[in-house]
Design a protein around this ligand. Structure first.
Ligand code: FAD
Length: 455
């Protein structure tokens, strides 16, 4: 950050305050004006500053990587949560197979180990011209900005009725953004007595393709062990299981025939929460309880900041898919599940992608050669049963495969030019399931260690 920008930041609060006072607006208390544009309470620096918005799998990986390869950078991680709760492995926590401790991690530990600053605040906007991120705790000037805010839900395919949307969020949360939604869902499962428990699989590139199928298996497994007169009804908007199809469909058929009904092509037309009836194009389902997972969209903060008119398209066409930079904005990047590229929206993808994005930023700071584009890695394990513990997995990388074979010659690449490649999977849960299940813990341990470092 050059000093002229910092001076501007200092001046801007004075200017705003004096112009408001000058306007004779006596109803506005002085304190309120001062709060409007104050600097965040972080140490001053003359070093290049990298601000990372979002301490999820993407932001944590990027903050660490930038600092590793460019120790001279002043890296600030802006995160609204006080602690990190992992979505991966959370399906096991729903049925008490792991402790909350195992999936909860410490932002302060990560910041100490990797020598960056964790700044607990909510980002609220941006002044692009002056290169300032606005947060609930003050303004932060940046030289490089990474936006990794994850996803928001998009209920518009089902309804635009805000009363219904609010009720769906509050009474039947999806459980795909960590925190209270997961706790509600866990209580629903544990308190369930009998009847249909509806889960949904959205269309589009939703967060964690296998997770709704894994969750259906785990809840059905729980009902089966408790010998409840209960059934999971899995309403899938897609025409078939979207990933690890062989493994999931054999688990549905062989393990949960009486406890799980999978219904593809289930485009929801109506949800009546009072009568507890879901109507799809072809059928009607009553339910005793449910968790409705709607479509996902790029986080709304990206719209608020003016990077897209409508982030529903996940910022398609707004990002250079090779550098992750917002088109027309130098050194402002969007990564993680908020990206438009057709990669799987997974923690492993975000973490491995974060190494590349972080390295790219570090090299720009160091004025070194920019790295070649590297494909992220999607490695994802899914539990299909808990007694015995069996799991399946998929490993995928991505490639350019259309006309533009050489990414170096491509100025801007549409995400549709990426495709899956080098896919491996292990879906024979009867043969390899227990080995895969053990690997889940090794995978999670390694990734948590990578993001947070030693305790
Ligand atoms: C049930 C479930 C199971 C899953 N299982 C797996 C799995 O087995 N393997 C796997 O690889 N992936 C899995 N995933 C997917 C994985 O959790 C996501 O892909 C991953 O979290 C995406 O990382 P991200 O950093 O882009 O977003 P997030 O992890 O959502 O992080 C975004 C962060 O930004 C913060 N934020 C947002 N807006 C603001 C703001 N305005 N100001 C400050 N902070 C803000 C949020 O608080 C959040 O911490 C699973 C997901 C779910 C829900």
């Amino acid at each position: 950050m050059d000093s002229s920008k910092r001076k501007f930041l200092a001046l801007s609060s004075v200017t705003i305050a004096s112009s408001l006072y000058g306007s004779g607006n006596t109803n506005v208390p002085k304190e309120a004006i001062a709060i409007k544009s104050h600097k965040a309470p972080i140490p001053k620096t003359t070093k290049p500053r990298v601000v990372v918005l979002g301490g999820g799998w993407s932001g944590l990986s990027i903050a660490k990587t930038v600092k590793t390869f460019s120790p001279q950078a002043d890296v600030i991680l802006v995160e609204k949560r006080y602690e990190f709760i992992s979505c991966p492995v959370s399906n096991l926590w729903l049925v008490d197979k792991v402790e909350l401790d195992y999936i909860t991690h410490d932002y302060l530990q990560a910041a100490r180990n990797y020598n960056y600053t964790y700044f607990n605040a909510t980002a609220t906007g941006i002044d692009k011209k002056s290169r300032i991120l606005k947060t609930s705790e003050g303004d932060i000037a940046f030289d490089y900005l990474v936006l990794s805010p994850g996803i928001d839900y998009d209920y518009s395919k089902w309804t635009t009725d805000t009363t219904l949307i609010t009720r769906l969020k509050q009474e039947y949360p999806a459980g795909f953004i960590p925190g209270s939604e997961h706790i509600t869902l866990k209580n629903k499962i544990h308190n369930f007595k009998e009847g249909n428990f509806i889960l949904t699989v959205p269309g589009g590139n939703y967060r964690c393709l296998p997770a709704p199928y894994e969750r259906a298996c785990i809840i059905a497994d729980y009902f089966k062990q408790k010998k409840l007169k209960a059934k999971v009804i899995l309403l899938d908007e897609n025409n078939a299981i979207t990933i690890k199809k062989k493994g999931f469909s054999s688990a549905f058929d062989e393990l949960y025939a009486d406890y799980l009904e999978y219904i593809p092509n289930s485009v929801i037309q109506d949800i009546d929460l009072d009568k507890k009836i879901v109507t799809t194009e072809f059928d009607e389902f009553t339910f005793a309880d449910a968790a409705f997972y709607p479509r996902v969209r790029g986080a709304k903060i990206l719209e608020t900041m003016g990077f897209a008119k409508d982030a529903k398209d996940m910022m398609e066409g707004h990002i250079n898919a090779l550098t992750y930079e917002v088109i027309g904005e130098e050194n402002i990047f969007i990564a993680g599940d908020a990206r438009p590229m057709g990669f799987s929206k997974s923690g492993n993808t975000s973490n491995s992608e974060g190494k590349y994005v972080g390295n790219l930023i570090a090299r720009r700071i160091n004025k070194e050669k920019i790295p070649e584009w590297e494909a992220p890695i999607t490695l994802c394990f899914s539990i299909v049963s808990t007694k015995p513990m069996n799991a399946i997995y998929i490993y995928t990388r991505y490639a350019f495969d259309k006309k533009d074979k050489n990414p170096k010659n491509i100025k801007f690449i549409d995400w549709k030019n990426f495709s899956f490649t080098k896919t491996l999977s292990s879906e024979e849960w009867k043969k390899e399931g227990s080995v895969n299940a053990n690997s889940i813990y090794s995978w999670a341990d390694a990734l948590y260690f990578d993001m947070f470092g030693p305790k």
